[in-house]
Design a protein around this ligand. Structure first.
Ligand code: ZN
Length: 242
């Protein structure tokens, strides 16, 4: 259910794995994505199960309509009847409001300044990392009073640089923007390490309290991987402040 979680000065971070939910094959078991073809009732049940397991109110979890961009929305409560906006980062200064990001190989990024009471969740795949969704989220946080020196950053399970094979030209284009993302597969072909790129961006922004999940989604059968399975579920990362 919850593969990894930790708490720092009242800032909570949690990442799910694929087990403990009610979805059927190929979304078994804990699919949290609402746009991947799974039964909506199963997704709702899974979201309630995950929220209760981490100790948050399912009605106080904010989701995004992720589009691989760098858009950021500031939120102070759930969207209600409105559709979730097409953004890849959400930021809040509302304590007790949980922000959620969905992934299956992309990098889920959770950020919190426990002193300022500002949190953010971001979805950083290759396009989002290149477009700067993580720096955009940090800028939105500082606009609400956060200090990068106090921001705690956690990145969750994602496809690793030894597995994420890309064409040579794509690696060159991405590395021109973010050199830290340059990688090679375990079989010696061009690759990208998006997590390394995200961490390099955070380091340059002055966010030094960081941790990266050791899990590679493509290698772990306890996690959903789009590159491995194509039709599959979505993992979630959650961040919230006491
Ligand atoms: Zn890997």
């Amino acid at each position: 259910m919850i593969g990894q979680r930790d708490t720092v000065n009242g800032a909570h971070f949690a990442f799910t794995d694929r087990w403990g939910g009610v979805s059927a094959v190929p979304y078994e078991e804990l699919n949290l994505g609402g746009a991947v073809g799974d039964d909506p009732a199963a997704v709702t049940a899974n979201r309630e199960l995950a929220a209760k397991t981490i100790g948050v109110d399912p009605a106080r979890v904010v989701w995004m309509n992720q589009v691989h961009g760098a858009g950021v929305a500031v939120v102070d409560g759930p969207w209600g009847e409105d559709p979730a906006p097409r953004v890849d980062a959400i930021v809040t200064a509302e304590r007790g409001l949980a922000l959620a990001v969905l992934t299956a190989d992309c990098v889920p990024v959770l950020l919190a300044d426990p002193v300022a009471g500002v949190a953010a969740a971001a979805h950083a795949g290759r396009p989002g990392m290149v477009a700067g969704v993580v720096p955009a989220a940090v800028r939105a946080m500082t606009g609400l009073g956060a200090d990068p020196a106090r921001i705690v950053a956690r990145t969750g399970p994602a496809v690793c640089g030894r597995c994420y094979e890309v064409p040579e030209t794509m690696r060159a284009e991405v590395a021109a923007v973010e050199p830290a993302a340059y990688a090679e597969t375990s079989w010696g072909t061009p690759a990208l390490d998006v997590s390394a790129g995200v961490h390099a961006q955070l380091e340059r922004l002055g966010v030094h309290d960081r941790a990266q999940s050791p899990v590679c989604t493509l290698e772990s059968h306890d996690h959903f991987s789009y590159r491995r399975d194509r039709t599959t579920g979505r993992l979630a990362g959650y961040v919230w402040l006491d």
